[in-house]
Design a protein around this ligand. Structure first.
Ligand SMILES: C[S@@+](CC[C@H](N)C(=O)[O-])C[C@H]1O[C@@H](n2cnc3c(N)ncnc32)[C@H](O)[C@@H]1O
Length: 289
């Protein structure tokens, strides 16, 4: 998979993605980019503006992760100690809308929990907001609390996060901040894996498992029917794909009882309308017993 990792920092989210993907990462700060390069030498690292890079290159990727700058959205920014007036940085929402309407692959936009009600409903996991075009299932990955008090030295933090302090030795800025900025490695991996899951297929298989269970009661059948009606044509088409073969086998055996009662009204009238018409035209009564 071709992955674009924007505003990559030192690659907290990327750390467990392995080497099987072709990853391009973009970071504005050359010193931070240097550390990233040491940690992930096989990745392509671009030193430049991620916002512009997204606009120019989004079509080249299958999966895009972006973590636009968060300081102007954070609750810290609005705290009593930090009353510096700044407009919220709207690149966050520009990227969400851009990806939602233009990008054909899977994307996730990550940011902090904002001090205001988000303008677009996010998915909240741990202490992040995520906007994505795929389902991210709940997980109980809790990000270690950001602590800067005595004892939480850079060395302690680096070891806790599995970084080698030597990789940071040329960095002139605040090294603890680099680690505080990281998304948890496990959460980064969980989200990448979720983007690869075909949830529609899983749902369909669950629904069909209910059908296959001869013991399924009326309530189950009703729920199944409602679930399917809600999913309408798109899912029905997917469902039919998965089960076409099974249906046809059952039909050819003539054991249409369960399928006729539960599927005929929903699927056959829509998906197999033409096939049914043809059979009815052939007056093949046998098959409907
Ligand atoms: C919150 S950190 C990203 C953390 C990263 N997702 C992780 O999990 O480790 C944001 C990074 O974006 C970089 N940055 C800020 N503005 C940028 C821009 N316009 N283009 C590229 N990178 C930028 C900052 O230097 C910082 O390293």
């Amino acid at each position: 998979m071709k992955i674009l990792n924007l505003y990559c920092g030192i690659g907290g989210n990327r750390k467990l993605w392995g080497n099987e993907h072709q990853i391009t990462s973009v970071e504005l700060n050359p010193q931070i980019a240097d550390i990233y390069k040491k940690l992930f030498p096989q990745d392509i690292i671009i030193v430049g503006d991620a916002h512009q890079y997204l606009l120019d290159h989004y079509k080249e990727f299958d999966f895009i992760w972006t973590s636009p700058p968060c300081p102007t959205h954070s609750r810290m920014c609005f705290s009593f100690n930090n009353r510096q007036r700044k407009y919220p940085d709207m690149r966050l929402y520009e990227e969400i809308l851009f990806l939602q309407y233009w990008f054909k692959g899977k994307y996730v936009v990550e940011n902090v929990i904002s001090y205001y009600k988000p303008l677009i409903e996010p998915h909240k996991i741990s202490n992040h907001y995520f906007w994505a075009n795929f389902l991210i299932r709940e997980c109980n990955i809790i990000r270690p609390k950001v602590r800067n008090d005595v004892g939480c030295t850079f060395k302690v933090k680096a070891e806790k996060w599995g970084f080698n302090v030597n990789d940071f030795k040329n960095y002139k800025g605040n090294k603890r901040k680099l680690i505080n900025n990281c998304v948890s490695h496990k959460l980064g991996l969980h989200i990448l894996k979720e983007s690869e899951v075909d949830h529609d297929k899983i749902n369909n298989q669950t629904i069909l498992a209910k059908w296959d269970n001869q013991e399924a009661g009326v309530k189950d059948a009703q729920e199944t029917k409602e679930a399917i009606q809600m999913k309408e044509y798109k899912t029905l088409a997917g469902l039919a794909d998965i089960q076409t073969e099974l249906c046809l086998t059952e039909m050819s055996k003539g054991s249409m009882g369960v399928f006729k009662d539960r599927m005929y009204p929903i699927i056959f009238e829509i998906i197999f309308k033409d096939v049914v018409k043809e059979w009815e035209a052939n007056e093949n009564e046998e098959i409907w017993r």
